[in-house]
Write a protein that binds this ligand. Structure first.
Ligand SMILES: C[S@@+](CC[C@H](N)C(=O)[O-])C[C@H]1O[C@@H](n2cnc3c(N)ncnc32)[C@H](O)[C@@H]1O
Length: 253
């Protein structure tokens, strides 16, 4: 768990061996599920994940010519959502899983000709290979939860943002509608790991890790507090339908 976050109620039930987020284990986990990652996102979210990304990129207030970082870009879907919103962007996607990047690269080449894809870079979000003050916007979709040191990851993202640049983090959050919580807990705790582990063929039980890492993740207000302790300010967050996903945004001073 991220050591600087107050412990949550899920700590007592911690079981997955990757919850401490060792970099090489997490990149290996995503290497393993890369071939089925996009398909499982669509199936397990009933396709809503596509809409989540399109909603989330609005927080960056993208303008033609902006230089945007998609950290923990995986197969590049958040980059694609940003480029769909504003085609005239310079988007760089970075990730430490080679297989996720290769899957993203194949997608990018399939769309080439009628869609400009992101530039893809192999990099750890804790040690980004970009100078200070490079980007107008930085975004992370379902990746921040996997970064071993959350405050350090946020500081690194802030470092590469230009002053006035915007950060957007799209991440799971504890279900915000109390009456939907029992269903959401059942779906996330039983259905999602069952179907995800089966269809991905994951030997390391990647979709059990997903469930447990979400339970281990701070709620929207607590995550906003973590962001406020970095050089980022004007922190806001909002849940997205049906309430199990949140968009956090902040600005570099
Ligand atoms: C759940 S996937 C999200 C992919 C994509 N952003 C999306 O919206 O579908 C999480 C990604 O974060 C990457 N990741 C996790 N920790 C990372 C780190 N410290 N540095 C770089 N990439 C990381 C993983 O390799 C994986 O591709």
């Amino acid at each position: 768990m991220n050591s600087s976050i107050p412990p949550s109620s899920a700590d007592a039930n911690k079981a997955h061996p990757f919850l401490d987020k060792p970099g090489e284990k997490i990149s290996g986990l995503f290497d393993e599920i890369a071939p089925r990652y996009d398909l499982l996102n669509r199936v397990l979210s009933f396709n809503i994940d596509v809409w989540w990304r399109h909603q989330a990129v609005k927080s960056l207030q993208l303008k033609p010519g902006h230089k945007v970082l998609d950290a923990c870009c995986g197969t590049g879907d958040l980059s694609m959502a940003a480029l769909a919103a504003e085609p005239n962007l310079d988007v760089i996607g970075s990730d430490f899983s080679i297989q996720m990047l290769l899957t993203g690269d194949r997608k990018r080449r399939q769309k080439a000709g009628h869609f400009k894809g992101p530039q893809l870079v192999h990099a750890d979000t804790l040690d980004l290979p970009f100078p200070d003050n490079t980007f107008d916007g930085a975004m992370v979709g379902f990746g921040m939860r996997n970064v071993a040191n959350l405050p350090a990851g946020l500081r690194e993202l802030s470092r590469v943002l230009k002053p006035g640049g915007r950060l957007m983090v799209l991440e799971f959050t504890p279900m915000t509608h109390r009456w939907l919580r029992p269903f959401s807990d059942w779906y996330q705790g039983k259905v999602l790991p069952g179907i995800g582990n089966l269809l991905s063929g994951s030997k390391v039980k990647a979709y059990s890790y997903l469930d447990e890492s979400v339970k281990d993740w701070p709620d929207g207000d607590r995550f906003a507090e973590v962001i406020r302790r970095t050089p980022l300010h004007a922190v806001k967050w909002r849940p997205l339908f049906p309430g199990n996903v949140a968009v956090h945004e902040a600005v570099k001073a």
